[in-house]
Design a protein around this ligand. Sequence first.
Ligand SMILES: [Zn+2]
Length: 114
Amino acid sequence: MASARDLQRYKELLLEKQRELSFVQGEAAARVPAAGGLEGDLIDQANADAEAELQIRLHQTDRRLLRAIEEALGRIRQGTYGVCGVCNQPISKARLEAVPWTRRCRECKEGPAA
Ligand SMILES: [Zn+2]
């Protein structure tokens, strides 16, 4: 189990990434017109503007990551942080340092965004 000092460090890493992503989100929203509600339609359009599409994809990845970060912060509060959600083994420090929002150990590896 991670020590209180480790937890504090992971929490700081998570909050830092959260701030960074929130900033990027704001930037992307400002640059893509009508960002709310039209994402599905835009992606379906074969000739959608390539840059706008890329922005939206980044936007969605960031949203997933932001949610993963929020969940990780929740696990820190609940005292369940740093344990693999699949095999229940502790996740290595090196992995938590690199991907502090992860929910799985290296053996139970996961997709690119989580
Ligand atoms: Zn595992």
